[in-house]
Design a protein around this ligand. Structure first.
Ligand code: 5AD
Ligand code: SF4
Length: 437
């Protein structure tokens, strides 16, 4: 049996896709390996979201050449968003034997056979229908506790900075029957948490089933299966979704709600299709219905023509919302996007860097304040495994997605425990065990 090794970069969606690729290749007679040195086929499932993501992967492709020269016959392939964006250019580099975009994974067995016959190939056609719906992914066992379920693919939003609609194509929803079936399979296999994934889960639709209904059906698979989802778009997150969360205790109280900017002119230029007031109203609604709901975000600083004052609006919005956590980025121009075609990338690098540092340091304070508000509280936590820093401690997340650690020698990954928060850092709640559930 030929052995396949895959490295996965980028978002959770790519992790889910790698699991689909292992399923497709498993059926075609390939075995999975985690040892690159013993692999017959080496692949990288790649990300194009920012230039530095791509640069890092080019560095890895260079390193793969060592395997190719040491063991002639070893094949190197590129999957994912960079495969879609660069296609044949990757083959022209001479460092890659085959390329498959996000909608071309079913062709991989054929592609690999062609490569063996001496024909390097790039398969990058996007599809309006492909959802890999009926494929049961081969879980890349992270901890045997938490699984990703992809519920839709692609994106129709076309935010002006974003490469995703070009690399992942038009939005399409996976048949809800296959999603519920996959959630049941996860529960039967002992998983305790599933995360429903899509670029914009709120626009999920399959017949009469919208995202709120889908979420309720998945939550009803088993009361001991926690359900998470990502990512929500602020323009689409509905009251019905918020009420559905509130009605199901096993839907985790956490919403990732990327704001991108706190300034209306910049939001308009980003084509986000909401304004600051709309965003803040959605946050109020979430908190009115679920006061304990964790809220996290993504933000971009230094978008085309962003002034200092406009950047300050992002700072003040962060302060106003008091996020529990955030991912923050410098704007990186992506070829082919609306912004790249229409607006100069004119905020100097040093200004972007300084703004990013300022935003990160504000968020560090907000994260610490958020954690301090939890001192003395008791949470139900799903054990993920030993803490990375101290093997005598276990770690796991609250429903609101905060990482907890506590001394424990009696529980294991997959158990639910109750912990009380005694102390905290900006990243972690330091707890003690209260009692079993
Ligand atoms: N530059 C910087 N950050 C970006 N993101 C998306 N496109 C870009 C870009 N061109 C960020 C957004 C998004 C997250 C996944 O990546 O904040 O929510
Ligand atoms: Fe990266 Fe976006 Fe593609 Fe995910 S969808 S791999 S974040 S470019």
């Amino acid at each position: 049996m030929k052995k396949v090794y895959i490295e996965t970069y980028g978002c959770q969606m790519n992790v889910a896709d790698t699991e689909v690729v292992f399923a497709i290749l498993g059926k075609a007679g390939y075995a999975r390996t985690e040892d690159i040195a013993g692999a017959d086929v080496i692949m990288a499932n790649t990300c194009s979201i920012r230039d530095n993501a791509e640069q890092r992967i080019w560095g890895r492709i260079d390193q793969f050449q060592k395997q190719r020269t040491e063991r002639p016959g070893t094949r190197v392939g590129i999957l994912g968003c960079m495969a879609e964006r660069l296609g044949g250019k990757l083959l022209e580099s001479g460092k890659v034997d085959f390329v498959a975009g996000p909608d071309a994974y079913r062709t991989l067995p054929r592609l690999l056979a062609d490569v063996e016959d001496g024909h390097p190939r790039a398969e990058v056609e996007l599809s309006r229908e492909e959802t890999y719906g009926e494929i049961s992914p081969v879980r890349i066992d992270r901890n045997g506790v938490s699984a990703f379920i992809s519920i839709m693919r692609g994106c129709n939003n076309v935010c002006s900075y974003c490469v995703v609609p070009y690399t992942r194509g038009a939005e399409r929803s996976r048949d809800w029957h296959t999603i519920v079936k996959e959630a049941c399979e996860c529960a039967e296999a002992g998983y305790k948490e599933v995360t429903l994934l899509g670029q914009n889960v709120d626009s999920y639709r399959c017949g009469d089933i919208d995202f709120a209904k889908l979420l309720a059906m998945v939550a009803e698979v088993s009361p001991s299966l926690r359900v998470r989802f990502s990512t929500s778009h602020p323009k689409d997150i509905s009251d019905r979704l918020i009420l559905t969360m509130a009605a199901h205790p096993n839907i985790c109280r956490h919403i990732h709600l990327p704001v991108q900017s706190g300034n209306d002119r910049i939001l308009e230029k980003m084509r986000r299709r909401y304004d600051r007031a709309w965003y803040l109203e959605r946050v109020s609604k979430i908190r009115e219905v679920m006061p304990d709901c964790g809220i996290s975000t993504d933000a971009i600083v230094g978008f085309c023509s962003e002034t200092e004052e406009e950047f300050r609006d992002t700072l003040s919005l962060f302060e106003e919302v008091g996020y529990d956590s955030a991912f923050m980025f410098n704007y990186s121009e992506r070829p082919g996007t609306l912004a790249a075609r229409n607006y100069p990338d004119d905020v100097p690098q040093d200004v972007k860097t300084r703004r990013l540092e300022e935003l990160i340091s504000l968020q560090n304070r907000l994260s610490l304040e958020s954690n301090r508000r939890d001192l003395g509280k008791v949470f139900e936590v799903l054990v993920e495994g030993p803490s990375k820093k101290n093997p005598a401690e276990l770690c796991g997340r609250t429903g609101s997605n905060k990482m907890c650690v506590w001394p424990d020698s009696t529980h294991k990954a997959g158990d639910y425990v109750r912990v009380m928060v005694l102390d905290c850092t900006q990243a972690t709640l330091l707890c003690k065990l209260v009692k079993d559930i």
